[in-house]
Write a protein that binds this ligand. Sequence first.
Ligand SMILES: Nc1ncnc2c1ncn2[C@@H]1O[C@H](COP(=O)(O)OP(=O)(O)O)[C@@H](O)[C@H]1O
Ligand SMILES: [Mg+2]
Length: 369
Amino acid sequence: MKVTLKNVTKKFGSTVAVNDFSATFPDGHLICLLGPSGCGKSTVLNILCGILDVTSGQVFFDDDDVTSLSPEQRNIGMVFQNYALYPHLTVLENIAFPLEVQKVNKKIRIEKAKEIAELVHVENLLHRFPGELSGGQQQRVAIARALIKNPKLLLMDEPLSNLDARLRLEMREEIRRIQIETGVTTIFVTHDQDEAMSISDSIILMKDGVLAQEGLCTELYNQPNSKFVADFLGNPPINVIEGYLEKNKFIFDDNSGSIFLENMTDLNMPNMTKLFENKKLTLAIRPESFILDKIISKDDTDKYDKNLFQVLSVFKQTREELAHIKIGTKELSIFLPDDSDVKKDDKVILSIKQKGCFIFNAQTGERLK
Ligand SMILES: Nc1ncnc2c1ncn2[C@@H]1O[C@H](COP(=O)(O)OP(=O)(O)O)[C@@H](O)[C@H]1O
Ligand SMILES: [Mg+2]
């Protein structure tokens, strides 16, 4: 089932939790609603399942306007962060519970519960109580319970936040497998970019109740349309410097230094440069977008004036090195190849790749391209 939100606004008193939000969730896809805490993700889910009514706007399931339907009339499965299982019911009874509410015949509901238990791999835990299960197992039971009515839409609100790191990775893959096997349209809320990237068909990134950008995670990462999007995705975060451009030289706002952007072909277009000159801009460079041109030893007497950085620290990681460097008053994080030989207190000359290097209007945060 395709889900559409059309100009949805939700106010709680003077707080605008969701602001003129429009989005489409295609049939059979798993879409992540991603964004910082408080940006309105849970409010959107609660509007979709009918727990909250909208202040204005409409909700469509396929072509039907469901804005005024009650939760019971919508046939939606919900999974929350805190499992919300009934402690005094067994796994089997928990899974079958929604069918019991619907007064489905006992034999049928047990059959159906066993079938769903197999799908989520808890078939050998049917007679245990929730208190006798691990967090991951409890969340599997909660997913089974959400799926037992063959919902047309599955909503998951930060379902993995209570699990430890390893289980979280395992359950990501499991949720994806279950979603693909059932083909149910799923909206998965998270504030964790890695989770969103690994689990979803595509992402809707929210900020302050507004849709910031939607698309594949690689599109958001490689083609952010605003400083917010560029900054939200990426770990360590993208390096951000305020300043202005002179040709392809970006000069820092405090005049403590500058960076040459020789590879940025965008900047070579004559009218582009004019447009940028002396405007307040934000330069953002991903840590992996630096190329190591030269390491300068202490007794090197040549004069270098281009992109000369001082190395503050180098951390070995499994696949690369993370270094902190300084130019002028600005400190940046960069990734180096794991065999770079760069050491603390070295000086290095770096050039900047076009990919992962962006320029934003400093006032509006909008990307200039
Ligand atoms: N029932 C409520 N009453 C008042 N304000 C609320 C209520 N629910 C959410 N809010 C506010 O709406 C905004 C969005 O909240 P929420 O949707 O829970 O964000 P998220 O799930 O992205 O963390 C926040 O500012 C929050 O404080
Ligand atoms: Mg929330």
